[in-house]
Design a protein around this ligand. Structure first.
Ligand SMILES: [Fe+2]
Length: 390
C-alpha cells in the first residue's frame, strides 16, 4: 500500500547571511555529518556500515518525510539519498530542503544510470550519484569527492562573505558620514538665512516662501528633480549678498541716492562670491548672481537678456515679485493674489520670461495659497525663528 501524505513537514526557512557564515565555518572545522535516507532496510544497513567505517557521524531514516523532519532539527552536511521511495521520493526531498539549506550536498542512489536520469538528478540539485548495486569503495570515493567539493565551496563562501561584510560595514560608515555632512549643510544654511533675516529685520520669512514658490513653479515648468534642490537653494539665498551692504544703506528709511543704489546693486555679485566658495552651495550661486536680471536686458549686474538669464533665475523672478506684492510692506498693505497675477501678466516679455509666465498663469491660486499657509504655519511652529524649518 502506498501511503499518501497530504501535508509535508515545514521546510527550514532561508538561511541568513550570518547563518551561512556559521555553517561554512563549521563545515571547515568539524567532520561532515551524513544523513542516510533509504526505504530498503538492507541498503540502509550497508550504507551505515560504510559510513561508520569512514569515521563520520551519521543518522539514517527510512523515507523523505522523516528526512525533512530531522533536517529541520539538526545540521547535516551530506544526504545519501535513495531516488525512489514511497513517501516523498529523492527529487521531492531535494526540492523541499535545498532552498532553505543550500549548504547540503545530495548524493543520490539510483537503480538506473541512464543519461536522462542523471540529467534529471543534477537539474534537481544533486551533487553526485551512485548506481545500485554499489561497492563500498565507490561510496567512499564519492563521499570523499563530495566532502572535498564542499570544503572548497565553503572556503569560497567565507571569502565572499568576508568581502560582503566589509562592504556592508563601509557602506554603514559612509551613510553615517553623509548624515553628518547633511546636518552640517543644514546648519550652515540656517546660519546664513538667520544672519540675513537679522540684518534686514525680515520677519515674514520672505526668503523661505520664495524658495517654496520657486521650487513649485520649477516643477510645473518641467525642471528635472535633480536640479530642484539647487534652484531652491539659489532662491532661498538670493539676497544673501546684502550681508555685505552697509547698514546705512540697507536700513535707510528714505529713498536711496544714486551712489547708494550703486552700492546696493552690488549685492548679487557679493552673494555670488560668497556662495561659489562653498562647494555645496555653488549650484545656487548662479541664481544669486542673476536674480535681479530682467528679460528685456535692463536688469543688473550683467544686463543679461532672455534665455541668457539662467532658467532658475527666470523662474525665481516671477515668484519673488509675486511674494513681494502679496506680502505686507512697511509702506503698503499686501495686494490680493489676483492683482499680483495681473501685474505679472503685464510684465511678461519686459521683466519676465513669457513662457514661464504662461506656466505660472496655469497654476490655480489655491496652490499658491496652500504653500503660503504652510510656510506661515511652520514659521509660527518654529517660534518665529523661521530658519529652523529650512
Ligand atoms: Fe535682491
Amino acid at each position: 500500500m502506498v501511503l499518501f501524505m497530504p501535508v509535508s513537514p515545514p521546510a527550514r526557512g532561508e538561511e541568513s547571511f550570518a547563518e551561512r557564515l556559521v555553517v561554512a565555518n563549521s563545515i571547515l572545522r568539524n567532520p561532515p555529518r551524513i544523513l542516510i535516507v533509504d526505504d530498503e532496510e538492507n541498503i540502509r544497513a550497508i550504507l551505515e556500515k560504510i559510513v561508520e567505517g569512514f569515521g563520520y557521524p551519521f543518522q539514517s531514516v527510512k523515507n523523505g518525510f522523516e528526512a525533512i523532519t530531522l533536517l529541520n532539527q539538526e545540521r547535516f552536511n551530506i544526504v545519501l539519498c535513495d531516488v525512489r521511495m514511497p513517501i516523498l521520493d529523492g527529487y521531492q526531498l531535494i526540492k523541499s530542503v535545498l532552498p532553505g539549506q543550500p549548504h547540503l550536498a545530495f548524493i543520490m542512489i539510483t537503480a538506473s544510470a541512464d543519461a536522462k536520469t542523471a540529467t534529471k538528478m543534477f537539474q534537481a540539485g544533486a551533487t553526485d550519484y551512485i548506481t545500485k548495486p554499489f561497492q563500498a569503495q565507490e561510496v567512499r570515493e564519492t563521499l570523499e569527492k563530495t566532502i572535498e567539493k564542499q570544503r572548497k565551496k565553503n572556503e569560497d563562501r567565507i571569502y565572499v562573505g568576508t568581502i560582503e561584510k566589509t562592504i556592508e560595514t563601509q557602506s554603514a560608515m559612509l551613510s553615517e558620514a553623509l548624515k553628518i555632512v547633511d546636518t552640517s549643510h543644514r546648519e550652515t544654511l540656517e546660519a546664513l538665512v538667520y544672519a540675513l533675516d537679522a540684518r534686514e529685520h525680515e520677519t515674514q520669512c520672505h526668503s523661505r516662501r520664495v524658495r517654496d514658490y520657486t521650487v513649485h513653479l520649477a516643477k510645473k515648468a518641467g525642471v528635472t528633480a535633480d536640479l530642484l534642490p539647487l534652484i531652491g537653494q539659489g532662491a532661498l539665498l538670493h539676497d544673501i549678498g546684502k550681508i555685505g551692504v552697509s547698514d546705512a544703506i540697507l536700513l535707510k528709511p528714505g529713498k536711496l541716492t544714486e551712489e547708494e543704489w550703486l552700492e546696493m546693486r552690488k549685492h548679487p555679485e557679493i552673494g555670488y562670491s560668497m556662495l561659489k566658495a562653498i562647494p555645496f552651495l555653488k549650484g545656487g550661486a548662479e541664481i544669486v548672481l542673476s536674480h535681479q536680471e530682467r528679460f528685456d536686458g535692463t536688469g543688473y549686474p550683467r544686463q543679461l537678456k532672455k534665455e541668457k538669464i539662467p532658467l532658475g533665475a527666470r523662474i525665481f523672478a516671477i515668484c519673488d515679485t509675486f511674494d513681494c506684492m502679496t506680502s505686507d510692506r512697511p509702506y503698503r498693505k499686501a495686494l490680493p493674489m489676483e492683482m499680483a497675477v495681473e501685474e505679472i501678466k503685464r510684465f511678461a516679455e519686459i521683466q519676465f520670461d513669457p513662457e514661464i509666465v504662461s506656466v505660472f498663469l496655469n497654476i490655480p491660486l489655491e496652490e499658491w495659497r496652500t504653500i503660503r499657509e504652510k510656510a506661515s504655519l511652520l514659521h509660527e511652529l518654529s517660534g518665529g525663528h523661521g530658519a529652523k524649518y529650512l
